[in-house]
Design a protein around this ligand. Structure first.
Ligand SMILES: NC(=O)c1ccc[n+]([C@@H]2O[C@H](COP(=O)([O-])OP(=O)(O)OC[C@H]3O[C@@H](n4cnc5c(N)ncnc54)[C@H](O)[C@@H]3O)[C@@H](O)[C@H]2O)c1
Length: 316
């Protein structure tokens, strides 16, 4: 029986992923320290509350469900890692180490991991490739880069089918509130919900963005690829390079009454400017036929349409 365990299963991407993966798995088990999923989940998904740092709990979880696939999304994100470095290290590093070890003891399921473009840093080239040296600036990126390496170690030395995507900034309904990377998501959400949004970025910073529906397709695509086709285990992903001004224009075009302003906050602006704007994902295209479907116009149409429906439902 095909069973998929999703760590961080109550979170933003996990909930949406259940709908994409529902037809592929008999059961999806969502595991998270949070009390309940943040969004709606598919009918074959069940939620189990628990802590990745509890080794015994993890062992019992694997014993009970015998997952054939694990999607590892549990993580402290960029802001939380800086606010609590010890917990960030523990959840991201110790938690992932325990997960890999538990997976080895329980039939070596495929493990798909969500890394990030924040695993790069320092002075970056104009175009970021899979070969660009990784010197992340934040602790979040440091842990993500280390997990990429750790996963490849478990693959080479212990036969674990580790696969990994480096996600650009994701435009998504439940983008975490405090993250600088959530700016694009919140611009759409607030423009529909309240009719106004203030960009804390500069208008002309180049941002590598991806719409969540493309992210979900990418998870499914890499998961479904025969292992023999994978020339590497960690893949850059790319969809679009846009500026905050272009995002504002795309929103304004569809919501002419929205009041959109720019009041750059230097910390946020500098952080966004330090991230890569253009990403080369040719290995993903070559090895598992990755191709993004959502440019900015399609993203704006789809996301604004979905948000309008949701908020109209809430209002009625
Ligand atoms: N959304 C993005 O833009 C983006 C971009 C790049 C990478 N990613 C990665 O994708 C993954 C999912 O992102 P998301 O947007 O859904 O974030 P999210 O914050 O909504 O989900 C992460 C989940 O991990 C859970 N978690 C934290 N500590 C835990 C623990 N000790 N035990 C069990 N669960 C724990 C949290 O409660 C949360 O529900 C993360 O690993 C993130 O780093 C996301």
């Amino acid at each position: 029986m095909a069973v998929c365990l999703i760590t961080g299963g109550a979170g933003n991407l996990a909930c949406q992923l259940t709908w994409t993966l529902a037809p592929r798995f008999e059961r999806l088990v969502l595991f998270d320290v949070a009390p309940a999923p943040i969004g709606a989940v598919s009918a074959n998904a069940t939620f189990e509350r628990g802590d990745l740092l509890d080794v015994q709990q993890l062992e019992e979880l694997f014993k009970r469900h015998q997952p054939t696939t694990v999607i590892h999304l549990a993580s402290l994100l960029s802001g939380s890692c800086e606010q609590n470095r010890k917990l960030g290290w523990q959840v991201n590093m110790d938690g992932t180490f325990s997960l890999f070890e538990t997976a080895l003891r329980h039939g070596r399921p495929t493990v798909l991991f969500a890394s990030t473009i924040a695993a790069f840093g320092g002075v970056l080239p104009e175009v970021l490739t899979d070969e660009t040296p990784q010197w992340p600036d934040g602790l979040y990126g440091v842990t993500k880069m280390a997990i990429e390496r750790l996963g490849v170690y478990y693959h080479r030395q212990h036969g674990l089918d580790f696969r990994c995507l480096r996600l650009p900034i994701t435009v998504s309904r439940h983008a975490p509130a405090g993250a600088a990377s959530a700016l694009a998501s919140h611009a759409f959400i607030e423009a529909v919900r309240s009719g106004q949004f203030t960009f804390r970025s500069r208008p002309d910073t180049k941002l590598a963005l991806i719409y969540v529906r493309d992210v979900l397709r990418a998870f499914a695509g890499l998961l479904g690829a025969p292992a023999s086709q994978l020339a590497q285990r960690v893949y850059n992903l790319s969809a679009m390079t846009v500026t905050p001004q272009e995002i504002a224009d795309a929103i304004q075009h569809r919501l002419p009454k929205a009041a959109l302003r720019f009041e750059p906050d230097e910390t946020v602006a500098a952080l966004l400017a330090s991230w890569p704007g253009v990403i080369d994902d040719r290995a993903a295209r070559r090895d598992w036929s990755w191709c993004s479907e959502f440019d900015l116009a399609r993203t704006a149409d789809d996301f604004i349409g979905a948000l309008r429906q949701e908020f109209a439902r809430i209002a009625n």
